[in-house]
Design a protein. Sequence first.
Lengths: 106, 346
Amino acid sequence: MPKITYIDPQGTARTVEAEIGSTVMENAIKNGIPGIEAECGGACACATCHVYVDEAWRARTGEPSPMEEDMLDFGFDVRSNSRLSCQIKMTAELDGLVVRTPERQG
Amino acid sequence: MNAGGTEPIKTDVVIVGAGPCGLFAVFELGLLDIKAHLIDILDKPGGQCAELYPEKPIYDIPGLPMVTGDGLVKALMEQIRPFGPTFHFQDMVLTIEKIGDPAFRVTTEQGKVFECKAVVVAAGGGSFQPKRPPIPGVENYEAKSVFYAVRQMEAFRGKNLLIAGGGDSALDWTLNLAPVAGRLTLLHRRPEFRAAPDSVNKMMALVKEGKIDLVIGQVTALEGAAGQVSAAVVKLNDNSVSTVACDAILPFFGLTMKLGPVADWGLRLKDNLIEVETASFETNVPGIFAIGDINTYPGKLKLILCGFHEGALMAQKAHGYVYPDKRLTFQYTTSSTSLQKKLGVG
């Protein structure tokens, strides 16, 4: 199974296995990764699953949709590599994906 | 109390929250001749369905392969119409006081007072409150120079005002307060706005005329003292840092859910959820029920369909409180002429 690594603001890395088709948010919640709240449950209706995609992976995860950009307005310290993790679906190509969690969720 | 001579509104049941479960509770209560008033902090029915995902599809409502949040709310409103529920929007229940056995006095933030036989807490994830912007230390300025709502436009006359956000609230208040404020700056993290295109065009026209300023960036810190802000530190999109002088800030970062006063009603809570028994979804206080996402019991699932079921069972027990001397006969809407009469189809 593809792997995702979550790095928290203190630099601690946590790697989990993710099923293809599942979202980066779902895998965080399932594995109890701190720093991802997902208040709305994955409906792209809040900004509490905000992550920074590692620069090396940005081309493969793609850019946020207009709706996701709208929701990112509610995030904290939004950067050019900001994504909502509920909107990133795992594929075989994303095996090894690295995301960083922000200091706080919006 | 804060009744202040207000005549209490007498009704059978007060429902706290007008989300899908609160709405369907009106139906189940109505079939048993129980009248209800609903109180909700939003300005419309539907709760999370209306506020968080009006256009998103829901696939697990029995009998409806796909329905949007908005569609479900519209259908529920249609379904409960025969029972004539009374809605009290943009208000929040503050206290529930026991005045009988059971009977309750319910008071709201707007000063309304209700007297009822039973209370149904259908408050979902709690009440929607303005989201606190993710700015360190912002709480020190709240209600003094940082405001999440405009109660009186006059309070901002002549002020050097900073409005943050890119949705309808931010844009509407920018347009309304531009003639009132001494100077107004609108701050948003990107050049695209979520707000209605017409408002965006009007705002851009004001920028062009030099009447307001538009800054693209994010507030990272506030400067000021004793609750009075003097400037906002803004990170611009090229990562440079700038300050915007201001003496009042209006951040509009949407809504979030907070448990709020629910915690003060003497109900037994577990992890911020109300514990209920599963025969009638009654709380530890006889006469106060909790249905939908706000409750917890062994096996609980936060599904709208579960909240509907909980409302049906709740109504059976509530009937005994509202009509202690009446025998309750279980009936089906398909065959009961008396139920059909209530529904206006008989």
